[in-house]
Design a protein around this ligand. Sequence first.
Ligand SMILES: Cc1ncc(C[n+]2csc(CCOP(=O)(O)OP(=O)(O)O)c2C)c(N)n1
Ligand SMILES: [Mg+2]
Length: 349
Amino acid sequence: MKNSKCIEELKKEFDAYTDMYLPEGLGREEQLKMYSTMWVMRKFEEAVKPLWMANKVHGYYHPYITEEAIGTGIISQLKKEDYIGSTHRGHGHLIAKGGDINKMMAELFGKEEGYNHGRGGSMHITDMSVGMLGASGIVGAAVAPAVGSALKSWIKGTDDVTVVFFGDGGANAGSVSESMNMAAAWKLPVIFVCENNQWAIATDYTRITGEPDLYKRGIGFGIPSYRCDGFNIYQIWETAKAAIERARAGEGPTFIECKTMRMLGHHATDDSWYRDMSVCDKYWEIEPIKRMGEFMIEENIATQEELDAIEQEAIKKVEASIEYADTQCHEPSLDSFYDYIYTDGEVIK
Ligand SMILES: Cc1ncc(C[n+]2csc(CCOP(=O)(O)OP(=O)(O)O)c2C)c(N)n1
Ligand SMILES: [Mg+2]
């Protein structure tokens, strides 16, 4: 199928579709940095599956592939002191916030040098040094703590912002609504980002909600709410910029639904038997990295050579992280089995 025909078909079925455009204030260097971040996310995720199959990576892992524009377009604008709360699909969020991919890979390998000393795996990575409040295997669970984090910033009088991510499935957790209500009532500096990839494991999201326009939930709480094309990093960047400015100015929360499409299985080996994956064929034409690259070339923002070099750099970084985790890190010793159960105090063995 020709590219343009795909796009015409997509426009009919993907109601969040927007054309690419250059938002005011977004310079070339920032664009190249975001492009690079997306490639690191992509190469990291692509590398993990074969490692998982080879039994080098342990525990579940959920790829963020094709959702990279969401985390990147938003988190790239945060400062180090700002916070993010993440999901079970959180590698990309941490990469965008400046996390250490060597420590991430070591954690996935179950090694002592990993973020959680190899005890937590993919879904439990936290890095307070870059404001990453934590990933969570419990869907929607990051939202209430994120409102707590925003409350802390408000009490301390800083201009720090907290951004919290959750899926279309996670959006249905009761605590998400309670948190939105409190944040709106107290005008807290928090941004709710719903990554609507239209699936919650094997459930089409429209089967479990009466209102498929998820951004409208924010409106119900009096929160300015927007829908973005989850494949259009420029629209996401522009929407997030305004939301971050509002939060820093003490004007309260924003809700952003980034509508996308889950183009792979829910986790590493889910073959998506419950859905027709051919639906995704068209969406690959607008996957965010390809789309941003094409746009930057069309608009003479970057050359193909520059973009290729950025991709190669990302491959090298990820390869180095695998080499580190595989050959330089250590298995936790058996006598450390009970370590890190409590932050301090007596450990009951
Ligand atoms: C509270 C809770 N209920 C159920 C699950 C099982 N579960 C794990 S991932 C998932 C789907 C989440 O879907 P969504 O929030 O849309 O995120 P996505 O995986 O699509 O990124 C579910 C139901 C869980 N981990 N936590
Ligand atoms: Mg989902």
